[in-house]
Design a protein around this ligand. Structure first.
Ligand code: A2H
Length: 252
């Protein structure tokens, strides 16, 4: 972890109705799960969103009558970043846990699929970002390993009430990484024989191999900046998403 503040892109992932029963009281409101990412240019490759079942989240008032779901910690940070109606203040509408939204249907900006689902990931940290992680299995080894766990292990799906169709998504080729092809995380996880999201050491190595090279040498294959360097288009895509109301800057 670095010393200075980290600037994430907060991705607005829309909760689709009907909302999960625990969120019934939010019916009629525009509700967004906010995922914190350092790689906004990868949003074309989203296949799902991750939360952790036992993390506590809050649904709170955001601007324009919207409702955001994040950890309370992140909500408080957002209040100091002019992301709530009243500066410095978090108006909590309800408290929930990750379990309450597992299996919920969502629409994620720039994703190739119209409807995705909220799935469980054990490695989501409550003290980083928003506690919501958007999943890009093509380019993030943790995301790929976790999605594969859910695909390959019916008891794991059952434990969390995840239906088969909710994991029926394949990694999307969005970035070409020289030497690693167009599904960097898949290539590296297979090379290193990563077997599950719990393969911590192998995943650490996989991430080292993937991230730097993907960012420094990757070429976009999709979107309005296809053909250009990831490094160059990342800040541009970030600003475009913000201008389109799909995202915002979030620091901590
Ligand atoms: B990144 P840093 Cl394609 N718990 O987004 C665990 N992981 C979290 C998290 C949390 N509470 N909040 C965010 N993250 C993940 C995309 C991505 C990311 C790609 C490639 C690399 C990458 C798709 N997942 O991150 O510790 C999110 O995953 C490389 C580090 O603050 C977020 O960006 O540096 C990243 O970790 C933030 O990690």
């Amino acid at each position: 972890e670095g010393v200075g503040p980290q600037e994430y892109t907060g991705i607005k992932i829309k909760l689709l109705s009907p909302y999960p029963s625990a969120l019934n009281s939010l019916g009629g409101k525009d509700v967004y799960l906010i995922a914190a990412t350092l790689r906004p240019e990868t949003m074309y490759g989203q296949t799902n969103c991750f939360v952790k079942d036992d993390i506590e989240y809050v649904a709170f008032e955001a601007k324009n009558n919207e409702v955001y779901i994040t950890t309370l910690r992140a909500a408080r940070n957002m209040a100091w970043q002019e992301l709530t109606p009243e500066y410095g203040k978090v108006n909590i509408i309800m408290k929930l846990t990750g379990k309450d939204i597992l299996g919920a249907a969502i629409k994620a900006p720039r994703a190739m699929f119209d409807k995705l689902y909220v799935l469980p990931m054990m490695g989501v940290k409550s003290n980083k970002g928003t506690g919501v992680v958007t999943s890009v299995p093509s380019d993030a080894p943790d995301d790929f390993a976790t999605l594969m766990d859910l695909k390959n292990k019916p008891p794991l799906r059952e434990k969390f009430g995840i239906k088969d169709h909710m994991v029926n998504f394949e990694p999307v080729p969005i970035i070409d990484v020289p030497g690693f092809g167009n599904l960097c995380a898949v290539t590296v996880c297979e090379e290193l024989k990563v077997n599950s999201q719990n393969d911590k050491d192998k995943l650490l190595l996989a991430k080292e191999k993937c991230y730097r090279k993907g960012f420094d040498e990757g070429i976009m294959l999709v979107g309005n900046h296809a053909g250009k360097n990831v490094k160059v288009v990342k800040p541009i895509i970030k600003e475009e998403m913000i201008a389109a109301g799909e995202a915002f800057k979030y620091q901590e």
